[in-house]
Structure formats: structure tokens, C-alpha cells
Ligand binder design. Structure first.
Ligand code: GLC
Length: 803
């Protein structure tokens, strides 16, 4: 079953049936002002922080309410509906709707009772307020008189928990007033006459507003209870029913911003207005609203600006392949998803309720990888930031606070850090993610000077990027377990594996092995031959150990427990086969050809399903060791044998690096949201963004996906596709092009911005190969290697590869 389609030309996903199996969401805004909106206008907004800057309320685990509602009432028939299908929810036999989620804007088109409406929601670029632009057109044959009402449900306190939980306090600090064209809500309005720089108990007056531009206000309401009316719901607010909001205000209890306006339309005539919402003092709100006098023109210009910004980023890498599902993900939706995880980390969605006030170290360092090829200048800013959250012992801070103050932070070694963040100890993998990320950035840009840039450590001291990387190596080297593999510490990538100081992780071992390979590139640049010799020796010793300890006939084991028991052996009753050690044995460059073939074959045989490979198998149930936290989840779910989508990116990459284009693409397709567009009743989640996991074959809901948008999947799959399948593999000196594609792709092309130059790459595959090349041309010159050295790049570089 499907509920919509991809409009690739417009870079929009178009929902044609509003009764989607879950709220299908989009993001608006930036960290200055963030907002989520569903296809039925549900969602919330916050200024700067989801935890402490919440201004529009959303009730989680509920019916996608409240939202940014715009009601339309026919004053003759007294019938009313909403510009989004919900909350009024007219019969779909009479109400036609289309929701178009685009890049940081959402448009909702509706036709009902001869009135066409178009609601455009967005946060203007670099602004910190939101606009709900509504255009109504009279498509009926007679003159119409409409009352249009905008409704925003303010939180009573900017702190999400205070608003939702501490009601004995937060219900008694708010009030609203009306001024010209806006309802203004004051939180702690009683402090209005106290100077703002003299907070009382850290509190000052905060103001939020909902204002109207483009038409005069006919009535207003600032009190939620009064707006809805007793025992009414968002579907039939009393004020909307009456066509007059009654001009009531709030003092205590729940505030809202609601204003109505009357619009008269001759047949064929249309009118555009805008409701504007923000957290600003009223004088500033007045200026903002005044900027929308010419509503249509201003909103159109702002929308174009948004599109230009976003599409401009995407233009840096575009593909045309025979697979529409692949194209739409790489060109728009996976790219957009990568920016969302890059920007929002795991802070705010309909599942992440906005409370998390920081970046997970590993999450963000991985998220960066998804945007390096599209926006290296944004990536490097965040790399700097994450390096400044590395402790001087080389480990990463498990949680980097949004208020991070480099050089002055406590660490997991301090009780204060543990108390504040809830993270009791270092994790084994955090800083090791820096190796692929920093390497990819320097390789993409050729910005070798970055290696010498001095960046502070989180707690004290500073060092060059090279020094930061060396310390990350040391961190692992100094924390080896009894067998000599990296200790599992509080967790490795898998939050549900508590291997401890005396347990050991093969996944981290592969990361560590890979890190040693990567640091040698940096050491070569630094002409640090002594260090290279040292790492060479260490890596050889370590490789031997890794092989002896972890290879088990046709698979790599997952590690050792604190008690020295092996996890992930062939003959274990549960969890005898794990996905990540197999993919990472290849990605790290460790596995021999024979091991790679066997390990990847075992994954296909035991772990793969029609929706992707499960994280491990069989699920934990009766044989979980102490520390195998996955057992707390239902079998087939999350880390307990769910299809953990993030890991799908690594298996795509591993297969591609092994030259298995068909297998790599199969893994892509199995879990690609776009490929499940007509299976919405199974997938449930949006068909245009990734989710954290899909329920595995052990679940009765096999194929259902969860935890939309904010998942490391966005970046791992992007890397798996761009670096793996499409074979874009830059290094310090240039770009290797080594596609690993389905054998039935006869040809495809790519356009890539690379170090300020435009590359136009065409690939021909006349003999149905999966990888490899026979001929390679750069600007017509035949080269013997499929590698473009930087010196051969011209403003527009034409590249032709024949497989
Ligand atoms: C979640 C966490 C991530 C972790 C993964 C596997 O996605 O955000 O940090 O690596 O689960 O446990």
C-alpha cells in the first residue's frame, strides 16, 4: 500500500493520502530555531534547545497532537475544516489533500467545499521564528465569506519537563495579552518590571507570540481552555465553531495563541496571509510581522532562498543510475537525512523527545561522514568541535554537552561529569571514529594544513590534529584486555554490550587495526618515520593476535566477556553470528580474501532477510551472558536481532570493497526507505527517511521500522553507497574511482564537486561486470590506473570509466 510518491524534480515527497500509518514528519529550521512538522501539522518548536527552549507543545505517544493548526470556516454554511487534514479530519471522500515535504519546508494543499487552500510552513533561512503562510482560493462559482483561524499551543515553560511534569509550578507562571495583530504569551510575566539582567531565581520574563500578517485580526484568544471549549477537542474548538474566538486571555493555566481573520473571496479570487510564531519580545515580534506586509511576495522569496540553500548543497554530488530508488536517496533524501542527523544529532524527533542536551561522541563523529562530500566546510567546523571534546588521555567524552566549553570540561573520571550526564565511564569506540572521519575530510578537500591545526582537548591542554589522533591510538593501546584485544569498557558501538575492562571487543579491534592504517597516512605527511615503524610493528603483532583469537572457521567472533567466555562462536546456542565483525573485518582491511569471502557469505546465509541483515542471530533469550543487555528487548528488535539499519551501511560498504556490486546493491535495496514506498503498511515509517531499526524475522511484525530520522544509518548508508557502490574514494593526493555496482547497470553518471572543480563522470558497463575497470580516461587522456591525481583536475573535468 502506498500513501505518496517522490517528486524528484521538486525534491519533494508528496503524501496523497493523509491517513498515513504514522505521522510522517519533516524538519524545519536550524539549531537557532528548530521545528518538526508531520503531514497533519502535528509537531513542536524550540529555540536553541529542545530541552530548554521549547515553545510549541507536542504530546508524545499520543495522536500526533497538538500542531500548527489553521482552521477555515465557511461563514454561511458554518461548516469548518483545517488546512491539514487533521485535526478536523473531514471525510476523505469530500476532502482532497496533498502534503509536500520538501527541504526544510512543508506545503499542504487541500480542496474542500469549493475552497482550495495551500499552507506553507517554514523557518526562513537564518531566522529564528516560523511562518505559516496560508493562501485560500475560491474555486466555487459564488462569493464566499470565510473565517480563518491560526492556533499555536504554547508550552507553559521553555523547559520541556517543567511544562509536562511540574504542573504545580508551570501552570501558574503564564499569561497572555493582545497587541494589534498578535497574541503575546508571557512566561513569568510577573517579572516584567524587573530588569532582565537581574533574574529572580534564574528566571526572567520570556515572551512568545502568534501574529497575523496580511489581513486584520477579527478576534483572538490567549487561553487554551477557552479556545477549545469544555469537552471539545482540536477537531471542534468552540471558538472556531462560533466563528468568533471571544477575545479571552489567560492568567494561569494553559496559554495559547489563536487569532482569526475574515476573508471574502469572489469566484476565482485568492488571498494570502501568514501566521508567524516565535519566542521574541513583543517589540521585536511587531517588526517581524511588519516584514510580511506583502505576504505572498515575501514568502515566495523566502521559500526560494531555502530551496537554493539546500539544493545547492545537494548539487555537490548528484547521480543518474538505472535505479530510481537509489537516485532519490543519494540525490535528495539520504543527503537531507544526513544533514538532519548532522544538525540535530539525537535531540529532537517524535521519538527523541528533545530532552537530550548534547551530542553522543560516536554518533556525531559518524554523522559528519554523511555530509563531507556535500558540505566539507560545515563538516570541518564540527570535526574541530568534536576534537575539542576529546579528553587529553585520547578518549572521547561519551556525551558532549551543547554548552561544551573546550579545555574546561570534566571527564568520566570525575564524579561531577557522571552525575551531570549519566555516563559512568569511557566507551571503547568513541575516539576511534575520528580516523575514518578526519581521513575522509582531509581526502575530500586536500586540506592537509588541517593536520597541523592546534585544537584544545576537552579538559586541558591542546595539540595538533595529528597529536589528537595519536592520543586516540594511545587510548586504545593503554586499555587492552587480558588477551591483548581492546577492552570493551562501558560499551563499544553496541550500547547493549557491556564487556567491561576485562572483556574484549572484536569490533573495536577492527576499528583499532584500521586506525593504525589511517594514522600512517598522517604520519607519512608528517614525515614521522619513527612513528610509522612503531605502528607497523604494533599493527603486525596485533593483526596476528586478532587472527588467532577471533577467526572461527567462517566468521569472526564478537569478543570475550569479563569472565573470558567467547561471544559469537559458531556453536553458541544464541548470538552465534554477528554482523558488524564481519563487515568491519573487511572495511578495516584486515580480513584476507578468503576470510572476507567466507564471512560475507555467512552473513548472506544466516543474517540476511528481505528487509536487510539482522544485527546478530539467534536473538538472546535464555543464554544471555551478564552484560548482554540486548536481552532486555523483545527478540527481533533493536540490538536483540533487529535489522539495525546503521549496520546495513557497513555491510554495503564491505561487499562493495570486496567487489560484490550485486550483493552491495541488494543490501541497499532491502532496507532503502524509497524501495518500500509501496509497503507502507509493513514499514509504517516514512518512506523517505531512515529509521534506527527494522523488526527482524524473530518479530511478528517483521519489516516494521522505528525511530525515524535521527539515526547513524543516514551516514553509514551514504558512505556505503557513495564510497562503496559508486566507488568515490578520495585520498590525500586525489580521487580513486572504483564502482562496485549491480551487473545489470549498463551505464550511469555522476557529477561531483571536488576541491573546487566540477567532475563529470560517466561509467559504461557493456559486459555486465560488478566491479573493476578496463579503460579510464581523464579529459580524453587514457590513464593506466583508475585514479585522478589532483594535478589533472581542470575546472570541469570529464572522466570516463569503462568497466
Ligand atoms: C543507537 C545509539 C548509538 C549506538 C547504537 C547501537 O543508535 O545512538 O550510539 O551506537 O544505538 O547500540
Amino acid at each position: 500500500m502506498k500513501y505518496g510518491f517522490f517528486d524528484d524534480g521538486a525534491r519533494e515527497y508528496v503524501i496523497t493520502r493523509p491517513d498515513t500509518p504514522a505521522p510522517w514528519a519533516n524538519y524545519l529550521g536550524s539549531p537557532e530555531y528548530g521545528a518538526l512538522i508531520s503531514n497533519n501539522a502535528g509537531g513542536y518548536s524550540f529555540a536553541k534547545s529542545g530541552a530548554n527552549g521549547r515553545l510549541l507543545r507536542y504530546v508524545f505517544n499520543n495522536f500526533d497532537q497538538p500542531g500548527r493548526y489553521m482552521y477555515i470556516r465557511d461563514n454561511e454554511s458554518k461548516d469548518f475544516w483545517s488546512a491539514s487534514w487533521q485535526p478536523v479530519g473531514k471525510s476523505l471522500d469530500e476532502y482532497r489533500s496533498e502534503c509536500r515535504h520538501g527541504t526544510a519546508y512543508t506545503r499542504m494543499l487541500a480542496d474542500y467545499a469549493g475552497i482550495h487552500s495551500e499552507a506553507l510552513y517554514y523557518v526562513p533561512l537564518n531566522k529564528s521564528y516560523e511562518v505559516w503562510n496560508l493562501t485560500v482560493r475560491n474555486d466555487s462559482g459564488k462569493a464566499r465569506k470565510l473565517t480563518v483561524t491560526g492556533y499555536a499551543e504554547f508550552t507553559n515553560n521553555s523547559n520541556y519537563e517543567q511544562d509536562q511534569v511540574n504542573l504545580q509550578y508551570s501552570l501558574f507562571i503564564g499569561r497572555t495579552y493582545f497587541d494589534k495583530n498578535r497574541v503575546v504569551q508571557q512566561v513569568h510575566g510577573n517579572l516584567a518590571d524587573i530588569e532582565k539582567d537581574k533574574p529572580v531565581d534564574n528566571k526572567i520574563v520570556t515572551e512568545r507570540f502568534l501574529g497575523l500578517a496580511g489581513n486584520p485580526v477579527s478576534s483572538y484568544c490567549g487561553d487554551k481552555e477557552e479556545f477549545l471549549g469544555r469537552y471539545h477537542t482540536y477537531a471542534n474548538p468552540a471558538g472556531v465553531e462560533r466563528g468568533d474566538l471571544g477575545n479571552g486571555l489567560s492568567y494561569n493555566e494553559n496559554s495559547c495563541g489563536a487569532v482569526s481573520t475574515v476573508i471574502e473571496l469572489q469566484p476565482g479570487e485568492e488571498k494570502s496571509i501568514a501566521f508567524i510564531v516565535g519566542m521574541k519580545y513583543s517589540d521585536e515580534a511587531e517588526k517581524i510581522i511588519a516584514g510580511y506586509d506583502d505576504v505572498r511576495k515575501t514568502c515566495e522569496a523566502e521559500l526560494s532562498e531555502l530551496k537554493e540553500w539546500w539544493h545547492g548543497k545537494f548539487e555537490n554530488f548528484q547521480v543518474k543510475t538505472p535505479s530510481a530508488e537509489f537516485n532519490t536517496m543519494i540525490n535528495t533524501w539520504n543527503a537531507y537525512n544526513c544533514f538532519m542527523t548532522f544538525i540535530w544529532s539525537r535531540a529532537a524527533s517524535f521519538i527523541y523527545c528533545g530532552l537530550r542536551n548534547g551530542y553522543g561522541y560516536r554518533d556525531t563523529v559518524q554523522d559528519i561522514q554523511g555530509v563531507i562530500h556535500l558540505a566539507p566546510e560545515m563538516a570541518v567546523e564540527k570535526i574541530r568541535f568534536m576534537l575539542s571534546a576529546q579528553v587529553d588521555n585520547g578518549g572521547g567524552l561519551p556525551l558532549v554537552k551543547f554548552t561544551h566549553n573546550a579545555g574546561h570540561e570534566d571527564t568520566p573520571d570525575d564524579a561531577s561529569y557522571v552525575k551531570e550526564t549519566g555516563h559512568p565511564a569511557y566507551r571503547a569506540d568513541d575516539a576511534l571514529w575520528l580516523f575514518p572521519t578526519v581521513f575522509k575530510y582531509v581526502s575530500e578537500t586536500g586540506n592537509l594544513a588541517f593536520i597541523d591545526e592546534v585544537i584544545p582537548f576537552a579538559n586541558k591542554d591542546s595539540g595538533t590534529v595529528y597529536e589528537h589522533l595519536k592520543r586516540a591510538i594511545n587510548f586504545s593501546m593503554e586499555r587492552l584486555g587480558p588477551h591483548g584485544l581492546p577492552a570493551g569498557l562501558y560499551a563499544d558501538w553496541n550500547d547493549c554490550l557491556r564487556l567491561g575492562k576485562n572483556g574484549e571487543s572484536s569490533f573495536v579491534a577492527f576499528q583499532y587495526y584500521y586506525a593504525m592504517t589511517v594514522i600512517k597516512h598522517f604520519a607519512e605527511y608528517k614525515k614521522d618515520s619513527e612513528y610509522i615503524a612503531f605502528i607497523d610493528r604494533k599493527q603486525a603483532e596485533f593483526g596476528k593476535l586478532l587472527n588467532d583469537l577471533c577467526w572461527n572457521e567462517d566468521r569472526f567472533i564478537r569478543g570475550f566477556t569479563e569472565a573470558g567466555e567467547t561471544i559469537g562462536k559458531r556453536d553458541d546456542p544464541e548470538a552465534n553470528m554477528w554482523l558488524n565483525p564481519q563487515s568491519w573485518s573487511v572495511i578495516s582491511g584486515f580480513a584476507s580474501k578468503e576470510q572476507a569471502e567466507k564471512a560475507l557469505g555467512s552473513v548472506r546465509k544466516q543474517l540476511n532477510t528481505e528487509y536487510g541483515a539482522v544485527l546478530m542471530d539467534p536473538p538472546y533469550h535464555a543464554h544471555a551472558f551478564e552484560g548482554a543487555l540486548a536481552v532486555i528487548y523483545n527478540a527481533g528488535v533493536k540490538e536483540n536481532s533487529g535489522i539495525f539499519s546503521q549496520s546495513q551501511g557497513w555491510i554495503i560498504l564491505a561487499e562493495a570493497l570486496s567487489g560484490h556490486g550485486n550483493a552491495a546493491f541488494t543490501y541497499f535495496l532491502e532496507n532503502a526507505p524509497s524501495a518500500q514506498n509501496d509497503k507502507a503498511e509493513v514499514r509504517v515509517l516514512e518512506p523517505y527517511c531512515y529509521g534506527q531499526f527494522t523488526e527482524g524475522k524473530a518479530s511478528p511484525h517483521f519489516g516494521r521500522s522505528h525511530v525515524h530520522w535521527l539515526t547513524g544509518t543516514a551516514s553509514t548508508v551514504m558512505v556505503g553507497c557513495v564510497e562503496g557502490i559508486l566507488g568515490m574514494r578520495p585520498d590525500f593526493g586525489g580521487l580513486r574511482i572504483a564502482p562496485s555496482v549491480p551487473s545489470d547497470w549498463k551505464e550511469f553518471s555522476m557529477e561531483k564537486t571536488f576541491r573546487g572543480k566540477k567532475l563529470k563522470i560517466s561509467v559504461e558497463n557493456p559486459n555486465g561486470k560488478e566491479s573493476g575497470f578496463t579503460e579510464f580516461y581523464v579529459n580524453g587522456e587514457k590513464l593506466s590506473d583508475n585514479y585522478v591525481p589532483e594535478s589533472k583536475l581542470t575546472a570541469t573535468t570529464e572522466i570516463r570509466l569503462i568497466m
